[in-house]
Every structure is written in structure tokens, then in C-alpha cells.
Design a protein around this ligand. Sequence first.
Ligand code: GUN
Length: 298
Amino acid sequence: MSAAVIDGKAFAAGLRARVAEYAATFEQSAGRKAGLAVVLVGEDPASQVYVASKHKATIECGMASFEYKLPDDTAQDTLIALVDQLNADPMVDGILVQLPLPRHLDEQAVVERIDPAKDVDGLTPVSTGRLALGLPGLVPCTPLGSLMLLKDRLGDLSGLDAVVIGRSILVGKPMAQLLLAQSCTVTIAHSRTKNLAEVVRRADIVVAAVGRPEMVKGDWLKPGATVIDVGINRLPPTEGKPKGRLVGDVDFASAAAVAEAITPVPGGVGPMTIAVLLRNTLVAAHRNAGVPLADGAL
Ligand code: GUN
């Protein structure tokens, strides 16, 4: 292995510590804590784990956490009414509705109902549009965390060739916008892309966000590329690993032999997502309370 392993866990811990400092000064200025509301509908086990860790992390950095757990058969109107209530609540700065929602619910309508000033997930049409226009706004957590790791590693990204594999609303599309805003030459590849390995081989920066275990192989990479692996996939159980091994979308062993730097799974991008959610909540809190926050402070 020759690649440096990018320590997302350590970077996220640093970001959370900065958020905690700013959360304390925010509380002094605003006379209240910054607040995050997380809404979970149903009993999806992975979502339950994510929501529990968001709650714990929010409290740990000195912010208020409001958790709403609704049953699997919650009606669309009930969920919309809850979003309206949170939009109107002055103690709530950020609203996150955990996705995916149960199939009978209209996810897009629920997300669109969130006040863009409280859209800490960056998924509303206003946030998405502002990102595309290059205007300041709230940006989805996982791609913003990935960009922070890239800038920390590479400094100026301008002129670099970036290939984003995956075109999801949550990761692929906003990631491409963020890299474009850094003046990268951006290609979005996806399941219909022809000669994917050849496309990836052009890239100085590869961001893999497809949800296919160990799909990207070392011989797809340009030597010296920087690889951000957003995938979190659980392999089938084996004798040694009864819960199944967690792997990314990149075949780590072969990729690490070719890349200059790579994020591991776990411990790479994963820890960044919650840290950026806390950061976004605090940025929203400053705006919502009219408390100034220096540009680039967080
Ligand atoms: N489910 C998996 N990741 C996310 C995320 O970043 N935001 C929301 N709302 N749901 C998710």
C-alpha cells in the first residue's frame, strides 16, 4: 500500500470541537441554545442507529436536540403538520427528516415543506438552486464533508479533473456542484456510463457514491489520484465476521496501491456527515437569530 489514509474520524472530531466552541458563544449571544429537530418515521434499523447518533452528537456539542419518532403508518398530513410546527418553532434552527421515508409517503413534498432557512440537509429546491447558482446557502452534509477532506488534503482544487460516480440528490449531484464551484473539471458518471473504468482513469479526484460494494478497482485509477469513498455497504456474514464486513464502493486494497490518498470505510467520510450536520445547524442558528458569524468560521 502506498496511499495515505485520510482520517475522517480525526477531522470530524476537530470540526465538532470547533462547533462546540461556537455553540457556546452562540448561546451567550442569543440567550438560547442552537436547536436541531430530527424526524424519524418508521422502524428502519439503520435509520434508528443514525438518528440516535445524531441526537447524542447534538447534545455533546452543546446544542438542543428535538427528536420526533413517528409510527410507520403515519399519514402524509400528520408529517406535513409536524414540519409546519417545526418551521414555526423559534427554538428549532435545523430540521432533518430522516430518509428514506416509508413508501406510502411523498418524500419530495415533505422535503419541500421544510423552511429553507432550517434546511440543514440542503435538500429543498431553494438550497439546491442556490448551490447551482453559486449563492451562499445550506449544502448537503456528506458532499460538504467530502469537500472539506479534499481541500484539507489537496489545498487548491482548481483545474483538477474530478469524476463523481453516482448522481443521487443526497450526494452525487451536490458533490459535482461543489467541485465545479472549486473550478474542477467535473464528470458525473452513473450506471449508464460507458467505459466507466476509462472515465475514472482520467480523474485526479474520484468520489464514489454508488452503493455497490468494492466496485471501483485499483486498476481503474490514475496513479496519484485522491479517492473519496462515500459508500457504506455491509457484506454477507462470514465465519469470522457474523455481522458481515463493512466496505465502501472502492476496493480499498487495490486502490490504496495506486492512489495518493484514500478514505477508509469505516472512518473516512462517515464521521464527517454528522459533524457537518452540526456545523450546518449552527450556521443556520446564527442566521436565524441574527447573530453574526465570520465567513469561513466553521
Ligand atoms: N439518510 C441517509 N443519509 C441521509 C442524510 O444525509 N439526510 C437525510 N435526511 N436522510 C439520510
